[in-house]
Write a protein of this length. Structure first.
Length: 160
C-alpha cells in the first residue's frame, strides 16, 4: 500500500497538486507570545508530517467579538494560508479543537490543483515572531456626537 498522507485523493484532481486553504482562528485574549508560538510550532509540525506548506501567517490583532464565546468578549485573530490535502485540514482542526486557548476556528478551501512549487512560502522567522506578538487591547469607540445631532430636523420637509 502506498503512502498517501498529505496528498489530494480526489478523482478529479491533477497528480502532484495540492489544495490551498485558509484557516482563521480566534484565540483567548489572555494568550501571550509563548502560547502563540507553541500553537504555531504544533501546527507547523502537522504541516511537516503531512507534507503541507505554510504559505502565510498573520496576526490580525485583538478584536471585540459580536457575541461572547466561552465567556470572552474579545479575541486574537490568527490567519493561516497553506497548501496540502484534505487530511491536513482534518488534522489541524482536530488539534485546534482540543487546544484550550482556541475559542473558534474556520477553514475555507481557496483553490484546487495548485502546483506547490508555484506558491513559495512567505514565512520567515521574523514573520513567525511578529505573528506571535500579542496585540494591543481593542479601543472602545466613543460617540462624539452631541444631542443635537440626534434630534429630527423637520426643516427638510417642504410645506404645501
Amino acid at each position: 500500500m502506498s503512502n498517501t498522507q498529505g496528498q489530494v485523493l480526489s478523482m478529479g484532481s491533477l497528480r502532484g497538486t495540492k489544495r490551498e486553504y485558509e484557516t482563521v482562528t480566534i484565540l483567548r485574549p489572555a494568550s501571550n507570545k509563548t502560547d502563540i508560538l507553541d500553537l504555531v510550532g504544533k501546527v507547523q509540525g502537522i504541516f511537516k508530517d503531512f507534507d503541507a506548506t505554510l504559505v502565510q501567517i498573520e496576526n490580525w490583532g485583538s478584536r471585540t467579538l459580536a457575541y461572547p464565546i466561552k465567556r470572552s468578549n474579545t479575541g486574537i485573530y490568527l490567519y493561516w494560508r497553506y497548501l496540502g490535502g484534505s487530511d491536513v485540514v482534518r488534522e489541524v482542526e482536530r488539534n485546534l479543537e482540543i487546544i484550550d486557548m482556541v475559542l473558534r476556528y474556520t477553514t475555507v478551501k481557496v483553490d484546487e490543483d495548485v502546483d506547490p512549487n508555484a506558491r513559495p512560502s512567505e514565512v520567515t522567522e521574523d514573520l513567525l515572531n511578529a505573528a506571535a506578538e500579542p496585540p494591543p487591547e481593542p479601543v472602545e469607540e466613543v460617540d462624539t456626537r452631541s444631542d443635537e445631532d440626534y434630534e429630527d430636523d423637520d426643516s427638510d420637509e417642504s410645506e404645501d
